[in-house]
Design a protein around this ligand. Structure first.
Ligand code: COI
Length: 332
């Protein structure tokens, strides 16, 4: 059994070595190359492919794999929004993903960033670095005094809810597919509009499906409370960046934490030192004291990376053995 492993990073090597040691019946060849129409040719003679990237998996790439009769693709991440679904179905390629590698990694990040905004630590950090140790005017807000509106109550949203509750916040939530346990607690509001009207903090934990595109836009921001905080650790396309910037300019939005950005591919996880960003909007956001930009690092913990490698490799091996792993991607 042979698996071709694409886009290997340094931080994944220990987990891959551990998996290989426990699966001596599988030959693994790894490359740091992304999966493109060109590099897909490297998979000739392999039984399956394990990969991770934010760039699209195009019809062209999938065609090369199908022509090589490599019909198992295991992604090491949760999002399946960068796959050409029609091509996957047409070529009969089975895809798995890692729907839950460490919800805590991402949920914790949303809470950490929100607490930083509430306690105005970015402003204090700047002042303190200049030896200004005065208190005022950066008076903070307590999380327990906030109503936190959680949009999306899947694995990550639910962990975030528990952490917010641990801080004593009032939590309300919206999800078109409510979770029975949370529903029994009476946590859900009936509509997004209701959530926007009540929430001091709007935190996004919904998938980047086309239906969710720009769910935070000028119109929905207008429905939010004055001085709302917005947190996005989910997918960049959920927020209309121009509307976010306008909301920050007007003061309607008091602060924002974004770990994802609609034009992040090629921008995040790249070294821009000494270079100009190709995108004025990210520059605008980075220059604000009340905006925390993190380059899609919410997921990036040792635990999560280890799980991403292990679950994806297990799934690919399961495919190769002719079975369907429980992490098979469900496209709809
Ligand atoms: C995911 O697992 O889908 C993530 O958002 C992590 C990532 C692509 C960097």
């Amino acid at each position: 059994m042979k698996i071709m492993f694409y886009a290997l990073r340094e931080d994944e090597k220990p987990a891959l070595a551990e998996w290989e040691a426990a699966n001596k019946d599988v030959e693994v060849v790894a490359t740091d190359e992304l999966l493109t129409p060109e590099t897909a040719k490297l998979a000739a003679g392999f039984d399956g492919v394990v990969t991770f990237q934010q760039l699209p998996y195009t019809r062209e790439t999938l065609q090369v794999l199908a022509d090589l009769d490599v019909k198992n693709l295991s992604l090491r991440n949760v999002g399946i929004d960068n796959i050409d679904v029609d091509a996957v179905n047409e070529f009969g390629i089975k895809v798995s993903h890692v729907p839950s590698y460490s919800p805590n990694a991402i949920a914790e990040h949303s809470v950490i960033q929100l607490t930083r905004l509430l306690r105005r630590t970015p402003e204090y950090d700047k002042k303190i670095a200049q030896r200004d140790l005065r208190w005022a005017p950066e008076i903070g807000k307590e999380l327990r005094m906030q109503t936190v509106g959680v949009i999306g109550t899947g694995n990550i949203g639910r962990v975030a809810i528990n952490i917010f509750k641990g801080f004593g916040a009032k939590v309300i939530a919206f999800d078109p597919y409510p979770n029975a346990e949370l529903a029994a607690e009476g946590i859900y509001v009936d509509s997004l509009d209701e959530l926007f009207a009540q929430a001091d903090v709007v935190t996004l934990h919904a998938p980047g499906l086309p239906a969710n595109d720009h769910m935070i836009n000028a119109e929905t921001i207008a429905k939010m409370k004055d001085g709302v905080f917005v947190v996005n650790v989910s997918r960049g396309n959920l927020i209309d960046t121009d509307a976010l910037i306008a909301g920050l300019d007007s003061g309607k939005i008091a602060g924002a934490a974004i770990d994802v950005y609609e034009d992040e591919v090629g921008l995040f996880n790249a070294d821009w030192r000494g270079k100009v960003f190709p995108d004025a909007r990210i520059e605008n956001l980075l220059n604000r004291d009340n905006v925390l930009v993190s380059p899609h690092t919410a997921f990036y913990t040792e635990t999560a990376v280890g799980q991403m490698v292990k679950i994806a490799m297990d799934a690919n091996k399961t495919f190769i053995m002719g079975q369907v792993p429980d992490v098979v991607a469900k496209f709809n």
